[in-house]
Ligand binder design. Sequence first.
Ligand code: HEM
Length: 472
Amino acid sequence: MALLDEPATTPTALVGEAPPSPAGPISEEELAGLAAPPEVPLPGALQVLRFSQRQIEFVFGGRRRLGDVFRFHGPVPGRPVLTAHPDHVRSIFTAKVEHVPTLTSESPLRPVVGPNSVLTANGPRHLRQRKLLLPPFHGEAIAQYREMITEAAEREIARWPVGRPLALAPRMQAITLDVIMAGIFGIEGKPSPGTPEFGLRQATRQLVQASTWPVYGLVELMNLGNDEPIGFTKAGLRILDGFTFSVIKRRRAAADLEERRDILSLLLQARTEEGEPLTDQELRDELLTLVLAGHETTANQLAWTWERLTRTPAAHERLLDAVREGDDAAASAEVDAVLHESMRSRPVIPVIGRRVQAPWQLGRYGVPAGTPISMSILLVHHREDVYPDPFSFRPERWHDAKPGTYSWLPFGGGTRRCLGAALAMAEMRVVLRAMAQRLDLEAVDPEPERAVHRNVTMIPRHGARVVVRRRL
Ligand code: HEM
């Protein structure tokens, strides 16, 4: 009897569901019957600054005071409305493409990668570029990069000192740069000084490094709304472009072009439905898009993963045991659980947006056509009803649960879902596993690292500082 009276001791599910909330395109009459979303009561300029520099405090504060949906002043024209509800996300990811153009077409990346790249274009142009780029990013095509990624990871890990503090983010960037150079440009190992390949590698590294300087935030705001880059961005790009065009020219003339599997060589051979090849400018725009979209994101997501693991002993130990015990299936499952939880709790891109082209319902609120809607990945990922104990890092949530399409969105979704998701997952799996196999890591400071915002990403303030205690 006493047993029956005891509260249930089985843990409740660690992944749940949000209560339903109606959302989607509506008529003007329906819009008239709905309330407008509540507004953040702060001066506009201050809101833009807070959203760009302190997004976590800003969005969590907004939700606490105003609920799942609120209007604010953001870095895009028009007053964006932010939502934290998976049903609202679903209404946007499943909408007709012409109803939901992406806000990246208005982002500071536009003058850098041009208005016609897969990241910035909308409508038929976007579909055309996406179709051309998809084949080399397919899961099967990515499988062939595994070996190359393993080599890049092992090479890098072997260099790290034992017993001295080390920031992981730049180390992870060294690996992701190698992967990009090999997978995208087909440049393996260290190119010889003086060649365009060498220059391209150096210039890419410098541009990405410079983009993490604090002043770059200002440069980024200055570039907003322009079609052409200005100032520092323009100077840096001119150098990078020179090398990129030289590499394209040399590859076009390469005798082994048809046998090559790197993305540049595949794109050089790709044809549109009208039988047209990509121009050099189009190739440059897409290559730069892939470099910028794929390099810092993957590196910082890995850095966050270790920032969390080294502060969560139970999860850390479980991963090391799984990886070192030699059962491949168990190791893969634990690696995936850790990555899913890392991307849930520290999504390196914390928000994505669309400008709706019809009046839209978001729960009990309505917004007119033309409103930018920001889907806060960060807030969706921290809903108590979907993820009980949301602020804890608990990879075990994912032992019996699959990530939900509209409640786990680190790669966005719909027709704009991250093109490099399979490549990013492959890279992160290989690197995480190699590190867990070889290294005992410890956080330099037991306090969690705060997040800072660089460009569109949210990264660990000190780059996830750790000490290698032991190398196996
Ligand atoms: C952990 C690593 C990564 C994360 C978290 C990430 C996240 C994202 C997100 C949130 C979007 C916007 C999706 C949307 O608006 O619905 C996106 C788009 C994109 N990503 Fe990634 N990404 C990662 C790695 C990569 C890699 C490795 C590449 C390629 C080398 C890449 C290429 C792209 C491209 C081309 C787009 C634009 C797709 C489109 O608009 O059609 N990403 N990514």
